[in-house]
Write a protein that binds this ligand. Structure first.
Ligand SMILES: Cc1cc2nc3c(=O)[nH]c(=O)nc-3n(C[C@H](O)[C@H](O)[C@H](O)COP(=O)(O)OP(=O)(O)OC[C@H]3O[C@@H](n4cnc5c(N)ncnc54)[C@H](O)[C@@H]3O)c2cc1C
Ligand code: SF4
Ligand code: SF4
Ligand code: SF4
Length: 382
């Protein structure tokens, strides 16, 4: 039984959940990515896993509208806080919200989707985590809530959104999905190894890692919370961040991504609207605060997405836009990320030497650039 080609599999785990014979387990490969493995002695060739796989079955739609939005709950969000603002309303109304979060258990860092318990709890679920999140723990719960006719909001990468829809049945009016413009994901294992490497190097425990620290403004500003306080780090000198941005650490499916397109699977699609000032005349207040609040590019793909935004319009500053302006500085909605020429050698180093090998490789390879990046960071100091 073959569900889809390995290089296209996004590792969503939906196949393992739909198999009534429990013939599929999700297993980590040598690079830390999760893939399904089928026990052929149990499989009865019913084909259900094939039918529910988001790679084989996806329904993409041309957006109805393209907008630029700043939500009123954006202080911890990666960009304009569209997710956090809608999630706040859902939670206040007693509806259900599922999103990704980073936690630490038994000295291991885990990225997974969970149900958000309250508006206060939402803090743990805002911001971007540039590593694969496991959605399997929440899928059954999402389905149960929908069977009970509860309103559900799910936010994640497009392959996850399509996976959820294939599991619960497409076009359920109670399920609002938000997909992210998506550059790709490194494995949770590699991200964990990077954080452990930082802990060892600094001889400190890490309580939290933030890829987009809004206290430093809207941009790619990471910070790490050690047990003795918070420390700024820099995207251009962090091996993990820089290699992620250069397309060297992604899952193979991300380089062949079927969802990196301006036709979308979620009700709404959100990303950073880099360079928005070139295209949009912002109101004075928004212009003044832009470097703090950020602004989201939003594709409105369904009537449900549209009615949700207008129902909560008092919570947003909404500007009209178009897909060409949004795509100008955002490749993720036009084409998959290009595989970095070094990816295979980096993975080989990782297999042999673990994350310390990657760090060493990075320091050697980019010695000169790192020297100038460090100087620039000292001068700019953000
Ligand atoms: C792996 C990844 C790659 C991305 N690539 C791009 C890109 O190339 N271009 C671009 O414009 N935007 C990209 N984004 C989206 C961008 O970083 C912001 O998440 C987006 O603008 C939403 O901002 P917000 O302020 O509305 O959301 P917030 O209020 O910050 O909420 C963030 C939402 O993202 C979800 N999320 C965070 N990490 C993950 C994860 N690992 N897996 C699944 N869901 C997650 C959270 O569950 C939460 O619902 C990417 C995000 C991720 C996670
Ligand atoms: S074909 Fe059916 S029995 Fe076999 S692995 Fe897939 S879902 Fe399970
Ligand atoms: S993409 Fe998801 S459903 Fe398809 S084979 Fe991979 S893990 Fe299974
Ligand atoms: S790039 Fe595509 S396959 Fe990779 S995580 Fe994003 S949506 Fe999924």
């Amino acid at each position: 039984m073959k569900i889809c080609d390995k290089e296209n599999c996004s590792g969503c785990g939906i196949c393992s959940l739909v198999c009534k014979k429990n013939a599929i387990i999700m297993q980590e490969d040598d690079d830390g990515f999760i893939f399904p493995v089928i026990d052929e002695t149990i499989c009865v060739s019913c084909n259900l896993c094939y039918k529910r796989c988001p790679v084989n079955h996806n329904k993409k739609r041309q957006p109805l509208d393209s907008l630029a939005i700043i939500g009123n709950n954006n202080s911890l969000s990666a960009s304009g806080g569209v997710f956090a603002t809608i999630a706040t309303r859902y939670l206040q109304e007693g509806s259900y919200v599922y999103a990704a979060t980073l936690s630490k258990k038994n000295k291991k860092f885990i990225v997974k989707h969970q149900r958000i318990k309250s508006v206060d709890d939402l803090k743990r679920f805002t911001g971007s985590i540039y590593s694969q999140s496991d959605i399997t723990p929440i899928i059954e719960d999402v389905k149960e809530k929908l069977i009970l006719k509860k309103k559900v909001l799910f936010c994640g990468t497009p392959c996850q959104v399509q996976g959820i829809k294939n599991y619960v049945g497409d076009d359920n009016d109670n399920l609002l999905t938000i997909d992210l413009f998506c550059h790709g994901v490194p494995s949770n294992k590699m991200f964990n190894d990077y954080l452990i490497f930082l802990e060892d190097r600094n001889k400190r425990n890490i309580n939290c890692f933030t890829f987009r620290d809004k206290k430093r403004g809207w941009g790619l500003f990471p910070s790490v919370l050690f047990d003795n306080g918070k420390r700024k780090i820099y995207a251009n000198t962090s091996s993990y961040y820089r290699l992620f941005l250069s397309g060297a650490l992604n899952r193979t499916s991300c380089y062949n991504c079927r969802f990196a397109d301006n036709e979308r699977v979620g009700d709404l699609s959100i990303g950073d609207f880099w360079g928005s000032q070139e295209f949009i005349e912002l109101q004075n207040r928004d212009k003044k605060n832009l470097s703090k609040t950020g602004i989201s590019a939003v594709l409105v793909n369904t009537e449900l997405g549209k009615s949700t935004l207008y129902e909560y319009e008092d919570d947003f500053s909404i500007y009209s836009s178009n897909i060409e302006s949004i795509a100008e500085k955002n490749d993720a909605i036009m084409r998959p990320t290009k595989k970095n020429a070094f990816r295979e050698s980096i993975m080989q180093v990782y297999r042999k030497e673990g994350y310390t090998g990657i760090e060493q490789w990075f320091r050697n390879q980019f010695a000169r650039q790192l020297f100038f990046s460090k100087l620039k960071n000292i001068v700019c100091k953000k």
